[in-house]
Design a binder for this molecule. Structure first.
Ligand code: D9A
Length: 350
């Protein structure tokens, strides 16, 4: 554990201590676990298990919206786990995905054959779906419709061996696995009456909220994904290297580092094209807990993209932002001016 970072970045260390000891509004839980019925407690504990720093921000969401987002997150994690599980053969996976949204309405349905790290949400899916069926009808419709559209999209890409060729296909893939999540969440915000109906209507902005996060994850996780036989960078980027024989796997080779870095920087540039939409989306959010919930992941992604830019570590290992940096971002995503400041900081970082 390189302790040095705590001395080199005193503000971040302060933020870490502040978050650890005093917390902040953005992560101030609005629900008391102790008084909660058992199944609800189990859902919140699965949320903590499956999302690193994000569960606290979800638990800070007010009223029944917080629990609807908790269930939405767990249901999406279950869908994701089926899509990512390379041990599930395609002739089992495709029908599983196609009928996934129906299982939300089948008492007792769960899936016990996954060995993935988040298999807990599939093993206990019967608990999650029982809680889902107790949500307000408006929330249920958004969650099941979103799952249906996402699963249909995942099937399209799995049927063509998950090859992402052009930038247009990259946007399509990211729309299915992340853009639809942004659109679904905006519909939950409006259904809760905490946000204006226009937030749900402007689907293009909600889609960009998903694409900025998903493209950042795909850029950051290149080394790990290639190792796991997932090729999610658009092959079109290779065509700009002038070497027609280059494959995505070749980008890991030391000899191809200059070509690899130019591909990396081009994709970071493509990811940044979504920032104006992200700003316009956040500008329309009125409820402080919803604002923090939406802004924190976007600023984290911006910090991650800055760290990925022209960074050879992308091709040898894992790139991530410091824990202190995450804490600083969680403590300071309070309003639009602060978010503007943070985006300006990362944009202008030497
Ligand atoms: C989100 Cl309900 C995600 N994804 C995230 C997390 O943020 C988005 C999955 C399920 C839900 C929400 C998110 C948050 C707020 C508003 C949003 C939104 O739209 C309006 O989604 C677009 O990454 C996953 C997708 C990108 C596929 C949608 C943030 C999150 N961060 C991880 C860190 C990481 O590196 O994954 O989960 C974490 O903190 O554990």
């Amino acid at each position: 554990m390189d302790v040095l970072q705590y001395f080199c970045h005193p503000l971040e260390t302060l933020a870490l201590l502040k978050l650890r000891w005093w917390g902040c509004e953005a992560v101030h839980a609005k629900c008391d676990m102790k008084k909660m019925e058992e199944d609800r407690q189990l859902c919140y504990s699965m949320l903590k298990q499956t999302s690193r720093s994000f569960s606290a921000v979800i638990m800070a969401l007010e009223s029944d919206l917080g629990y609807a987002v908790c269930i939405f997150y767990l249901v999406l994690r279950a869908l994701d786990t089926i899509e990512d599980d390379m041990s599930i053969p395609l002739d089992v996976k495709l029908p599983l995905l196609r009928s996934f949204h129906k299982n939300l309405h089948i008492p007792g349905w769960n899936y016990l054959d996954s060995r993935e790290k988040d298999a807990v949400v599939l093993n206990n899916f019967h608990v999650i779906s029982a809680q889902f069926r107790r949500l307000a009808k408006g929330y249920q419709d958004v969650i099941s419709d979103t799952c249906h559209r996402m699963a249909e999209g995942m099937v399209v890409f799995l049927e063509k061996n998950s090859v992402v060729d052009t930038y247009q296909e990259w946007d399509q893939y990211c729309h299915y696995v992340a853009g639809l999540v942004g659109i679904g969440l905006s519909r939950l915000f409006s259904a809760s009456q905490l946000e204006h109906p226009a937030v749900a209507e402007r689907e293009h902005l909600s889609n960009s909220m998903g694409l900025f996060l998903q493209k950042t994850n795909i850029i950051r996780d290149f080394h790990e994904d290639i190792r796991d036989q997932r090729r999610l960078w658009p092959a079109e980027v290779l065509r700009h290297t002038g070497n027609p024989h280059l494959t995505l796997d070749d980008l890991l080779l030391q000899d191809n580092r200059p070509a690899a870095l130019s591909c990396l920087d081009e994709l970071v540039g493509n990811g940044l094209t979504h920032v104006p939409d992200v700003m316009e989306y956040l500008h329309a959010i009125r409820t402080p807990s919803v604002f923090a919930f939406c802004a924190i992941p976007q600023v984290m992604a911006m910090a991650t993209l800055e760290r990925c830019f022209n960074n050879p570590t992308i091709f040898t290992g894992k790139v991530k932002i410091r824990r202190g940096e995450s804490a600083f971002i969680i403590n300071n995503c309070t309003d639009m001016a602060a978010v503007h400041e943070l985006f300006r900081f990362y944009t202008n970082k030497p």
